[in-house]
Design a binder for this molecule. Sequence first.
Ligand code: ADP
Ligand code: ADP
Length: 231
Amino acid sequence: TAKIAARSVDVFYGNNHAIKDVNVDIDDKTVTAFIGPSGCGKSTFLRCLNRMNDTIDIARIEGDILLDGEDIYDKRVDPVQLRARVGMVFQKPNPFPKSIYDNVAYGPRIHGMTKNRSELDDVVEASLRRAALWDEVKDRLKESGTGMSGGQQQRLCIARAVATQPEVLLMDEPCSALDPIATAQIEELIDELRQNFCVVIVTHSMQQAARVSQKTAFFHLGDLVEYGDTE
Ligand code: ADP
Ligand code: ADP
C-alpha cells in the first residue's frame, strides 16, 4: 500500500488552476522525484503533502491526500502536528538564528517529545548523525546554525526536519542553492535517508532525478503526465 495517496487533487490560487486532477501513489522507503519545467506545479503539489498550501499559501485544494490511509485534510488533523510527521527542507537553507543544538531541538521541544535534557541530547545527536553532520559540529553545538557553509546549513535543516521522527521527508530543490561538492554530499545523504523515510524531492534536473530517485513524477502545466520507475 502507498505511504501517500493523492486522489483527484486540484489546487487553485484564485482563478489559477495550478494542479489538475492529480492521482498518485507514493511508496515508502523510496525517493520519488517531482520533475518538470518552472511553474508546472511541482512545488505546489509538494506543499499539499504537509498542508503548507492551505495554511500558508492560502490555496484552495479539492480531492483527498491520504497518509497511511488517513485524510490529512480532515478537520481533526492539526497542520502543526502533521508537520512533525511530514518534515520539509527548502531550497534555500534556512536554519533559525539559534545555536546548532537549538535548531535541532526545536521540533522535539515544541512537540514535547523528550522527558529531560539527556533524552533531548540523544535526539539531537541521532538527528545530526542522520544528517551526516555530527562529526563536524559535535564540539560546537552552542555556535550559531547560521554561521556554517551552505551545505552544512542544509544538512542542519535536514537534522532539524528528522528530529521529530517524521515518516515523510519533503525536499523542495534542496541543492539548488549549493555548490557541486555540497550537492554531491546532499545527494548521497538522500540515498541514505531512503532507508528510514518516504522521501519526495522536487527538482528541475533530470540528471539529479536519475541520480537520487527510484520513482519519478513528471508534471506539465499542472498535470501529472508521467509516473513510474525513474529508470
Ligand atoms: P513549480 O514548482 O513547478 O515551479 P509552482 O508550484 O511554484 O511550480 O507554481 C505553479 C503555479 O502556481 C504557477 O502558475 C505559479 O505562479 C502559481 N503559484 C505558486 N505559488 C503561488 C502562491 N503562493 N500564490 C499564488 N500563486 C502561486
Ligand atoms: P539551552 O541553550 O540550554 O538549550 P534553552 O533556554 O533552550 O537553553 O532551554 C533551557 C533548558 O530547558 C534546556 O537546557 C533544557 O535542559 C530544558 N529543556 C527545554 N526544552 C526541553 C525539552 N523539550 N526536553 C527536555 N529539556 C528541555
